[in-house]
Write a new protein. Structure first.
Length: 299
């Protein structure tokens, strides 16, 4: 594509940074009982921060990426706004919640106003070889989707079986190792009961998997809280909250803030899996978000 456009092409070796900032934290988070989203950390540390640094070295003013989201400058508010993509089925604003005003001033998202079909048509019209390239579906460094197998190989340790308990602490089965499960999971638990059982939580210190007939909650904590603009800090009104990528948006509010922490309360019960991001919206605009935490996690 670069040859067709007659533009300079650089190859950046980010293997070490990728391992340090994405892969290792992914494994550590899983071993700590969470279900992380490595794509968010890849965006944070590589696709944005590292590219911004390289652009500065090359005296390049702006960085463009293929994310499906929109950035506009609002003259009335005198700030940049991060918005959902026009194509809601491809919207990636969720994984960009960490952007601040300085980052948005440097970033171009040219695909945010197009549908995926329009993007492919534009590429085909220019005879780009990537016009029909399949969409990526899984985590890039775990292409077979076997997260547990990858974690075993990377950590060089085998998952340890333990007890499955109900919310009262009664032992009702055995699990194959906590890395095989995530909050909200129903299938593959290997227990039989009169009601459906879901993973409601993990207790790594006791190596226990906690199940219930409803894994949802209406209150939870997020860590690493950040906003796209500091004017959103201290927001007390009701907002939209998304607790997993392309998941349902529920109405809720930020009940209290404590530095980089926030307690979130939702009107409808929601699955809040520790390690996933909770992203805050006002309409189509991203306010910010943070990582759902197992500590201080309340039901």
């Amino acid at each position: 594509v670069a040859n067709q456009l007659a533009v300079d092409f650089y190859v950046l070796n980010m293997l070490t940074l990728f391992e340090q900032r994405v892969v290792r934290p992914f494994v550590d988070s899983y071993l700590g009982g969470e279900t992380p989203n490595p794509c968010i950390e890849c965006n944070r540390h590589l696709k944005l921060a590292a590219l911004f640094r390289k652009a500065e070295e090359l005296a390049i003013d702006r960085v463009a990426t293929g994310h499906y989201a929109r950035i506009i400058y609002d003259d009335e508010c005198r700030r940049y706004r991060l918005l959902r993509a026009v194509d809601r089925q491809k919207d990636q604003s969720y994984v960009l919640y960490m952007l601040d005003q300085l980052a948005m001033a440097k970033l171009l998202l040219p695909l945010g106003g197009l549908t995926k079909e329009q993007t492919r048509a534009a590429a085909a019209g220019r005879r780009f070889a990537v016009a029909d390239k399949p969409d990526s579906q899984d985590i890039c460094f775990v292409p077979d989707g076997d997260y547990a197998g990858f974690i075993r190989r990377y950590s060089q340790s085998e998952p340890v079986a333990g007890d499955i308990v109900d919310e009262a602490g009664r032992i009702i089965g055995r699990h194959r190792g906590l890395i095989h499960y995530t909050v909200g999971q129903r299938r593959g638990l290997g227990i039989v009961g009169k009601t459906r059982a879901y993973v409601a939580g993990k207790d790594p210190s006791a190596n226990r998997l906690v199940v219930s007939n409803d894994p949802r909650c209406r209150r939870f904590w997020v860590r690493g809280l950040s906003y796209t603009d500091e004017s959103f800090r201290g927001q007390t009104g009701y907002i939209g909250i998304e607790t997993r990528y392309r998941g349902p948006v529920v109405t809720g509010r930020i009940k209290q803030e404590d530095g980089s922490w926030a307690e979130v309360e939702t009107e409808q019960p929601v699955v809040a899996a520790p390690g996933q991001a909770a992203v805050f919206y006002i309409g189509d605009e991203v306010m910010g978000g943070g990582v759902i935490s197992g500590d201080r996690h309340k039901k």
